[in-house]
Design a protein. Sequence first.
Length: 156
Amino acid sequence: MALHYIRSMTQPSFSAVINLLRAHALVEQRLSRGLSPIHGLALNEALLLMHLERSPGHRLTRIDLARRLHLNPSTVTRMCLPLEKTGFVTREPDPRDARLAYVVLTETGLRIIGEARATLDRHSEEFFKDRWSEEDLAALDGLLARLTAAEPGDIA
């Protein structure tokens, strides 16, 4: 009886976390399918470019990008290599600290992320179109914004 009581107390929060993880996987899968063939970008690469697009001077350190993307810095470094080769980003040393370098969005990257953002916007609208009312979406957006309020780098 006591075990059942403990489970029922934690059930809503555990269920919410599991459903968030499932929703994340579903959203990522659908958005990636719409993004990669058109723009040649993985979803995380597009998110990286969006963070750069919204940052002052269109530049951030790899550590700042890692924080905003919830990844480790070495993953961000690996993500940046193909983006550098395609000319979407470049690397810029800090003039005051030789150990520090910035990832900088190029003009090409700015153009591509503008196009990719429009694609993501269309696919996001299609994703919710038959399932949710405008009021439902506003409520979901508000709840998720509250959940992530303390996190850096809002790009919505």
